[in-house]
Ligand binder design. Structure first.
Ligand code: BES
Ligand code: MN
Ligand code: ZN
Length: 501
């Protein structure tokens, strides 16, 4: 997307669609919106007194300007109540507006970044610019799909109107950050939105290799034979009923060769999860093509890291397979041995994510990762607990958890900690093996975390359960329906924080 910055008067900017904002419960329109309203002979304020424009967050109203100002249309978008305004709401509102425009076939939008928000609130110019540009780039995203007639419409250009006194360096920094964050988030969304037959472990490995070559990362793809030699019985076990063989993908970025510290990102790459022999119910099973969203988030973050080249070492480890049904299935009651040497009793074949991540986490440690963050669409239970807005996180190390929480807050991604009390260890106690992979209904999302923690052992580790946040059924702010690309920006921000950037 082309981004142009101008200090022209808002009413003189020639564009297809000018986006202006309005807060709920305001007596009068302010700032830029006021200037546009005046030039349009008070049409916006008329709509407000008619209650057609209310300012509710994400409400959009399209006006046609009929030559009264240089732009063809004005799109009024609500920001919600002013006292509750946050930078995340601005990203969401602009995202909704940009998507609305894109769906109308509009390819160019303009909006003003007001000093007003910068002055009244605690965010700075860089953050404000970043949020609006991310809003446009993420909100107007659409997956091309496979129809004969390509219906994809997109915003090609975005014109940002700024005050002359705003610092150009800060504006440019905001644009760059947004561009990197949005491009990598869109990359992750593209991977997740692909149908399962076109996103197999092999194809995922190819995509990872492309990213690695493009960014000059070291890349290794372990195939079935390699996994057998290494004794990765957990990943092999889950993958054994599928015609598409499992793989382990490893990418290495060395931004700080002097240091032994390596940040390890481990992503769940189940390209389709049927549940295995304890098969899932038929309703919505197709959604399980998105069960590699953790892997996609890790790849998106790595791509952004390759672009920004932070002073930190980062490794991506992605176990990938299909959880299918065949003659050779894992069965409840089976015992398998993992790469760590620990044996695992299979209680539920649908608790497959933690199995492949067990080998992923152990392998990351084996390769020298000193801090581990895993990202996984791990449990339905996290959706019951936190819904679709918030990622559940768990840890064995407070310092790393605080870093991830801060990174998430700066990225506008909501996370909430799930407890990891010692008492929960009984969830993984097995009569026949070192651990078991399921203990029934209670605290399902915590069970998943506790199981993974047994493989992280004493390496600082944070687990992110994105089962609820990786996709959205309906358009929602900067997230159009489908894959959200969640966790890309939190992982990226975490890496930047460790690099001191
Ligand atoms: N991939 C699913 C979790 C999931 C559910 C992701 C809904 C996205 C949306 C995972 O592999 C799974 O099946 N988890 C089971 C575990 C249970 C059988 C112990 C679950 O949470 O129900
Ligand atoms: Mn499953
Ligand atoms: Zn799964």
């Amino acid at each position: 997307m082309k981004i142009t910055v101008t200090t022209e008067l808002i009413t003189s900017v020639a564009t297809d669609c000018l986006i202006v904002t309005y807060c709920e419960d305001q007596d009068a329109v302010k700032g830029y919106t006021n200037r546009v309203d005046k030039a349009l002979d008070g049409r916006i304020s008329q709509l407000i007194s008619d209650k057609e424009v209310t300012g509710k967050l994400g409400e959009v109203t399209m006006l046609h300007n009929w030559g009264k100002i240089a732009s063809k249309r004005t799109l009024v978008v609500g920001l919600g109540k002013e006292e509750k305004l946050t930078i995340d709401k601005i990203r969401d509102a602009i995202g909704t507006a940009a998507r609305y425009a894109a769906k109308k076939g509009i390819t160019q939008v303009a909006f003003a970044v007001s000093n007003y928000y910068v002055e009244r609130k605690f965010w700075n110019t860089v953050d404000a610019v970043q949020a609006v540009v991310e809003g446009v780039e993420l909100g107007s995203y659409s997956f091309p799909g496979y129809k004969k007639e390509n219906e994809k419409c997109c915003i090609e250009e975005c014109i940002m109107i700024v005050k002359p006194e705003m610092e150009r360096g800060a504006i440019d920094a905001g644009i760059t950050r947004a561009d990197v964050a949005a491009t990598s988030t869109r990359l992750a969304r593209d991977l997740v939105n692909e149908p399962g037959n076109l996103m197999t472990p092999e194809i995922l490995a190819k995509k990872a290799t492309e990213i690695a070559q493009n960014r000059n990362f070291e890349v290794t793809i372990l195939n079935k034979k390699d996994l057998e030699q290494l004794g990765m019985g957990a990943l092999l076990g889950v993958g054994q009923a599928s015609a598409n063989e499992p793989k382990m993908i490893v990418l290495k970025y060395s931004g700080d060769p002097e240091s032994k510290d390596i940040l390890g990102f481990v992503g769940k790459g189940v390209t389709f999860d049927s549940g295995g022999i304890q098969v899932k119910p038929d309703e919505h099973m197709g959604d399980m093509k998105t069960d590699m969203a953790g892997a996609a988030a890790v790849l998106g973050a790595m791509d952004a890291i390759g672009e920004l080249q932070p002073h930190v070492n980062v490794m991506a480890v992605i176990p990938t397979c299909e959880n299918m049904i065949g003659a050779n299935n894992l069965k409840p009651g089976d015992v398998i041995s993992s790469f760590s040497g620990k044996t695992i009793e299979i209680v539920h074949t649908d608790a497959e994510g933690r199995l492949i991540l067990a080998d992923g986490i152990s392998y990351a440690k084996h390769l020298g990762a000193t801090k581990i963050i895993d990202v996984a669409t791990l449990t339905g239970s996290v959706i019951s607990a936190l819904g679709h807005t918030t990622t559940g996180i768990m840890c064995n190390n407070r310092d790393l958890l605080e870093e991830v929480k801060t990174a998430a807050r700066l990225s506008g991604e909501k996370v909430w900690e799930l407890p990891n009390f010692e008492e929960y260890q009984e969830f993984i106690e097995s009569k026949i093996a070192d651990v078991k992979n399921d203990a029934g209904r209670p605290a399902g999302c915590i069970q998943g975390g506790v199981f993974l923690g047994a493989f992280a052992e004493d390496t600082p580790w944070v687990h992110m359960d994105i089962a609820g946040t990786a996709t959205t059924e309906k358009d929602n702010g900067h997230n159009p329906a489908g894959a959200t690309g969640v966790a890309v920006r939190t992982l990226l921000q975490t890496a930047l924080r460790f690099s001191g950037q």
